[in-house]
Design a protein around this ligand. Structure first.
Ligand code: FAD
Length: 178
């Protein structure tokens, strides 16, 4: 995949088929797709002449706040259970980790255990995503992020390693991620 950074937005280009890519723009600014694309001249040039496969699909806001994961006989997993941002690309992994925890709670007849498990499984994601969002909120910090990653590759690797760790796994356990 390719990631492009602009002043107010990030663009993610992902392969879908041999002749098809998906373009996702993450930003807090509400504009048309063409206006957003104008902020990424290099990407716009690469997409020039390519036909559009479909209409623009809106996804945001991504944040989902849920005060509880269980209500009566209902258990929430995935984004509906609570989601901060797609920045770290973990939503599917988190949902897949939550599903067996929900099943275990149902089988054991202890739904409150799921709430605890959900907090444990998502703790690192929630802290890290909030921290990254905070760090990229101000323009100077946002502009410094990539140069800092270039100058301190060990810090960049450590951060990516944290993000790549399976949900709920503690530091120093499990297989290496790099
Ligand atoms: C741009 C972007 C990039 C991302 N990149 C990554 C990534 O690289 N890796 C990763 O792991 N995650 C990524 N995510 C996050 C990931 O897509 C989500 O965390 C994941 O899809 C959540 O799955 P879900 O089943 O909980 O919810 P969803 O995938 O949102 O599924 C919910 C479904 O319910 C349907 N629905 C809603 N309301 C109703 C209703 N009333 N009746 C019937 N159906 C309804 C919706 O149409 C939808 O199909 C990304 C998200 C975005 C937006």
């Amino acid at each position: 995949m390719e990631v492009y950074w602009a002043r107010e937005a990030e663009a993610y280009v992902t392969p879908v088929a041999d002749d098809l890519v998906g373009v996702a723009v993450l930003t807090t600014a509400r504009r048309s797709y063409d206006d957003h694309l104008a902020a990424f001249p290099e990407l716009r040039a690469r997409l020039a002449g390519a036909g559009r496969a479909g209409r623009v699909r809106g996804a945001g806001p991504l944040r989902q706040a849920a005060s509880a994961r269980t209500a009566g006989r209902v258990l929430l997993v995935g984004d509906a259970a609570g989601y901060v941002d797609a920045l770290t690309g973990e939503g599917i992994a988190l949902a897949l980790a939550q599903a067996p925890a929900a099943v275990r709670a149902i089988v054991n007849g202890d739904l409150t255990a799921y709430e605890r498990e959900w907090r444990r499984l998502t703790r690192r994601y929630r802290w890290l995503t909030h921290a990254l969002l905070g760090a990229t909120r101000t323009l100077p910090a946002r502009a410094a992020l990539v140069p800092v990653a270039q100058r301190l590759p060990w810090l960049f690797s450590a951060t990516v390693g944290l993000l790549a760790r399976p949900a709920g796994q503690q530091a120093g356990s499990g297989r290496p991620t790099g």
